[in-house]
Write a new protein. Structure first.
Length: 93
């Protein structure tokens, strides 16, 4: 009885982590693809590379950071909301 109330054991904690990781991966892939299509170049990966301008490196860092963190936030909130709704359903039955 207390297992259901606590989220169903470790399975209740694995799904949000997995969903968040997948969302972050997909967001990173999407922003990389968009960057490549827009600029015609692959995103900068080495900050010490002299062929990458400071503006380009900062732009990539800002765009990638905001996109990936927003995906993480939305995925975490969605899975937590879903877990809360699921926990509410089991308590009312």
């Amino acid at each position: 009885m207390s297992k259901q109330k606590g989220g169903g054991g470790s399975g209740g904690r694995v799904f949000p982590v997995l969903a968040t990781a997948v969302a972050m991966y997909l967001a990173r892939r999407a922003v990389t693809m968009a960057w490549t299509r827009t600029t015609g170049k692959v995103p900068p990966t080495d900050p010490a590379d002299p062929s990458v301008s400071l503006v380009e490196a900062l732009s990539w860092a800002a765009i990638a950071g905001i996109t990936v963190e927003a995906a993480r936030l939305f995925a975490t909130r969605a899975t937590m909301r879903r877990a809360a709704v699921g926990a509410g359903d089991t308590e009312s039955s």
